[in-house]
Design a protein around this ligand. Structure first.
Ligand SMILES: N[C@H](CCC[C@H](N)C(=O)O)C(=O)O
Length: 276
């Protein structure tokens, strides 16, 4: 099988093109191939498939074998892949996702290769994050949560996939490994959750580190950056457009007042082609 190794700000993927459908062994394959010692090494597998609703369809499998509804860094990689490999020659394309509908993607091309990708990530989902406890996650803003004997306050935002945003003193030095797993699997989140630890530097700049559902600590999370911007606006900490700085680099995130959509702009990179 031939694959392409790509990343979005260091959130890295093994990208497959040519399948008609998601293979039945995708989950097992993800666990084996994402292993950074016994496999290729990646945060997940990305399958670019045909679609009857959009130009392409994308499915994303985390390194633990679980499938996610959406992935911001992966959709930028998929868009770059299909343009650079000449499967499409337009700079405006559409990609169907499992849990966030069909997304509009705008490519910035230089010398025949995609340099930047702007994705309409759709509307944030703030309602109906129902959970089987007393706390209805509808419009969950600045709510208390207990984990491992410590208390945090969090804001829940869905981008198709679940996010729990927590504000801390200094995100880059926060002990992600200590708290990420406890919150990822907290009983409050029936489908588990991605966990973002954020520090607001100004109304136009937020530092964020992420513990991803099904993948652990990654260098960047596109949907997480979108969720962090939304939470920061809801809590009155930031403007509706800000730079979200992750360990792997920066994303430009805007929550449009005109259409309530979230726009994410960032790079995507092809590292190598491989065969396994
Ligand atoms: N681990 C995530 C999927 C990947 C999201 C992230 N890599 C992004 O760029 O949005 C989840 O299970 O919801």
């Amino acid at each position: 099988m031939e694959f392409t190794k790509m990343n979005g700000l260091g959130n890295d993927f093994i990208v497959w093109y040519g399948h008609q459908e998601l293979p039945s062994d995708a989950s097992e394959l993800a666990v084996r191939l994402c292993d950074r010692h016994f496999g290729i090494g990646a945060d997940g597998l990305v399958y670019i498939l045909p679609s009857d609703k959009a130009d392409f369809r994308m499915r994303i499998i985390n390194s633990d074998g679980s499938e996610a509804e959406q992935c911001g860094n992966a959709i930028r990689c998929a868009a770059k892949y299909v343009y650079d490999r000449k499967h499409i020659n337009r700079e405006q394309i559409t990609i169907e996702t499992l849990g966030a509908g069909v997304q509009q993607v705008e490519l910035t091309v230089e010398n025949g290769a995609v340099r930047m990708v702007k994705v309409d990530m759709g509307e944030p989902i703030l309602e109906g994050l129902k959970i089987p406890t007393t706390l209805d996650l509808t419009n969950v803003i600045d709510e208390p949560i207990e984990a491992g004997g410590s208390g945090f306050r969090f804001t829940a935002v869905s981008m198709g996939n679940p996010h729990c945003v927590i504000y801390v003193e200094d995100a880059p030095s926060f002990d992600l490994e200590a708290w990420g797993p406890k919150l990822e699997c907290h009983p409050l989140f029936p489908k588990k959750t991605n966990v973002e630890f954020a520090t607001v530097r100004s109304r136009k700049h937020i530092d964020m580190r992420v513990w991803e559902r099904g993948a652990g600590p990654t260098l960047a999370c596109g949907t997480g950056a979108c969720a962090t911007l939304v939470a920061s606006v809801l809590n009155g900490y930031s403007d509706r457009r800000a730079m979200v700085s992750l360990k792997g680099g920066d994303l430009d995130i805007e929550w449009s007042e005109d259409d309530n959509h979230i726009y994410m702009t960032g790079p995507a990179e092809i590292v190598f082609e491989g065969r396994i």
